[in-house]
Design a protein around this ligand. Structure first.
Ligand code: NAD
Length: 323
């Protein structure tokens, strides 16, 4: 399948594994790359910029194919040295970066002169237009169905993707709620050039998280996520569990971020992926978990999605319009 994304980025398939805190590590990213898709190491999963440099080197030992790094800028309990992470990315000679969470202007100033292609993830058309005007190579438009931070406008992909396609000229990636070939073909029909998947790649053989978390995702349906941080205007869609329900109760009672801080810390969420206890902390999951029924290798997943996408286009859709 050839799209503006595969042409501009030189990636075989129009499939992307975006940033995922604690999940986007070398094993997964290399497996995605070896399967012919674009994977991203999540920069802030690494405790220091030096660790990120080592993780990029480790990924290069596992694949000869290109991959990217995600750098997400959001409110943080301990704000990381973002610019030092950005410098580490440039010095490592990584060809692609996915920025997210905030205005990418200052980072573009160092990524673009280094020849890095930048995908900026945005949750609104106005932010997507701003990113395009700053010179990003692609916008990843992230609908309300997504895991993590969907913004505050609550516009699902079915409207957000074509609304973005109508206004943007740059390469457009559809993100949020996509986990299979139907999502890929639908996104292409809506005007996207590729799709980004997080939760689906979390639930693969090479994903470096506890098997019990993968089993949880296989069984979870579309009702088993929850929004936290609505009252702080930093909304995040997470797996619904004891902690997320407690956080929402505290918010409803008028609590501040300080009142939930210990419950929601990323360090605590990390325990979920390490121990397999899905109630140990806050962890991200998208509505697309309803469409996930197995734990394939990345190679199996990518092959399946591309084969089924061709079948949908050539058989099911073409069959609707007799020649
Ligand atoms: P953390 O422990 O610093 O914070 C936990 C959560 O609380 C995050 O969602 C954060 O945005 C939120 N938060 C922190 N301070 C806040 C405040 N004052 N008001 C409202 N919300 C607040 O985060 P972490 O899990 O260690 O992650 C480190 C960084 O990476 C954070 O900035 C986080 O948002 C970001 N992140 C990245 C990804 C990704 O896929 N790249 C995913 C999740 C989080």
């Amino acid at each position: 399948m050839r799209t503006r994304f595969t042409e501009l980025f030189g990636i075989e398939h129009p499939l992307i594994q975006g940033g995922m805190q604690w999940v986007g590590r070398a094993e997964l990213v290399a497996a995605v790359a070896n399967a012919g898709a674009l994977g991203h190491i999540t920069a802030l999963t690494q405790p220091t910029p030096e660790d990120l440099t080592r993780e990029i080197a480790r990924c290069r030992e596992l694949t000869d194919r290109p991959f990217g790094v995600n750098l997400t800028i959001l409110p943080s309990i301990t704000p990381p040295p973002y610019m030092e992470y950005a410098q580490a990315i440039v010095e490592a000679g990584v060809p692609f970066v996915e920025t997210a969470g905030n205005d990418p202007t200052t980072f573009l100033e160092i990524f673009k002169p280094a020849g890095i292609k930048v995908i900026h993830k945005a949750t609104t058309v106005r932010h997507a237009l701003k990113a395009q005007s700053l010179g990003v190579d692609a916008v990843s438009i992230d609908g309300f169905d997504c895991a993590g931070h969907p913004g505050e406008d609550d516009v699902p992909g079915l409207v957000l993707i074509p609304a973005a396609a109508d206004k943007l000229d740059c390469v457009l990636i559809a993100s949020g709620g996509i986990a299979d070939a139907r999502g890929l073909v639908a996104a292409l029909a809506l005007g996207a050039d590729a799709v980004n998947m997080g939760t689906r790649f979390m639930c693969t053989a090479e994903s470096p998280i506890h098997e019990q978390v993968k089993a949880h995702l296989v069984h979870a349906d579309e009702r088993m996520t929850q929004h936290i941080f609505r009252s702080f205007r930093n909304t995040a869609r997470v797996a619904r569990n004891k902690i997320s329900e407690q956080v929402v109760e505290i918010e409803k009672a008028g609590g501040s971020f300080e009142d939930v801080r210990d419950l929601v810390s990323g360090q605590r969420g990390r325990l979920v992926y390490e121990t397999g206890d899905t109630d140990a902390g806050i962890w991200s999951a998208g509505l697309s978990q309803a469409l996930i029924h197995d734990v394939p290798t990345c190679q199996e997943l990518v092959e399946r999605i591309m084969t089924e996408a061709e079948e949908i286009i050539h058989t099911r859709l073409a069959g609707l319009v007799p020649a």
